[in-house]
Design a binder for this molecule. Sequence first.
Ligand SMILES: C[S@@+](CC[C@H](N)C(=O)[O-])C[C@H]1O[C@@H](n2cnc3c(N)ncnc32)[C@H](O)[C@@H]1O
Length: 379
Amino acid sequence: MTVTDEHFSTVTSMTDTDTSREIDPDKLKMFSFGVFTQLSGAVTAGMIHLGDKLGLFTALAAIGRPATTAELADAAELDERWVREWAHNQAAARILDVDTSVSPELFTMSPEAVAVLADPDHVAYGMGMFHRFPQTMAALEHMPESFRSGLGHDYDSHGCEGAIGIEKSFEPWMRHHLLDTVLPALDGVVERLEEGAHVIDIGCGAGGAVLMMAERFPKSTFVGYDISDHALRRAAERLAESGVTNARFADPRLAPMPADHSCDLVTTFDCIHDMTRPQEMMDAIRAAISDDGTWLLVDIKGRDSFAENVEKNPMAPLMYGISVLSCMSSALSEPDGAGLGTLGLPASKAQEMAEAAGFGQFRKLDVDHSVNSFYEISV
Ligand SMILES: C[S@@+](CC[C@H](N)C(=O)[O-])C[C@H]1O[C@@H](n2cnc3c(N)ncnc32)[C@H](O)[C@@H]1O
């Protein structure tokens, strides 16, 4: 539902003490339909999770032509009856295609479906949030207590698979654009990295950005900081596999970030809005960064008000829901957390907070991303 004048006026009238309001049967049907459509989406999301986890999408993509569920089950080494019911859900939801002109029971994937569901190297690959769907939804169990106490849960509450889901969410786009689009959009940063710079990535998660940059710029040194044990463990494993020698990962509570203005570049990807103390973190970034250094802030494209978010962002319901289950919960995981949440750091707020931390320059980069905004911040 979009925020329209009609919606607001309906809500206003509901506050009147009008006991004679009668239910309109047609509107009741439509409203119920709308509510259950949300449930249909949630259940289908669970089925997408299974399709990813069980290799059904990759198996169907590899077959490369319309396939029966017997063929698909065979290729994925699964039981046909279960695969058939799953395929019926996915086709009913228009995730899989059915070529009914040939047979109602031949399933296939469009090239677009292959990109989003089955090709981890494609820029549009989107299985990250579905990978961590069970962990995200399991957070519902803690929610009643959080709603009462005000205290949320950090990223480690989503377990190891939660960290892998985050890695799968952000990295496909980053692999295509971090080195070749984003860093070159920053004033003089690529030249400094080529010469040898000191870089820290805060809220590094499983370390993908650090590893990509460290490989590309061997004369520079990189440290990724995160407070999630699961993410840091995953980052350490990937570092060992990569053979990269100019990067390391640390928990800033155990090995504090530099506070001597020694960093040439600080990066924060999709994490400031998740932090319990984002202003303190920005102060710490100012203490870490040199007077001629750059802070690359990447954060979710929020707008200044709820109404604007709902009007301009078709994914606003998803964003606010994920906020409750994950981002805002993390940002409230300590007493008196700021609780910004998924859409809680629009450009205006980011600039105001950066200025309060002592940064005078704030520039939005011309980088096209469906969810994120990119800012170059300096003294
Ligand atoms: C949405 S994830 C983003 C991870 C990574 N930057 C990426 O793009 O894949 C947010 C990360 O911020 C981390 N985080 C939250 N508060 C933090 C803090 N105070 N210091 C360092 N990391 C923090 C979380 O543990 C989590 O790994």
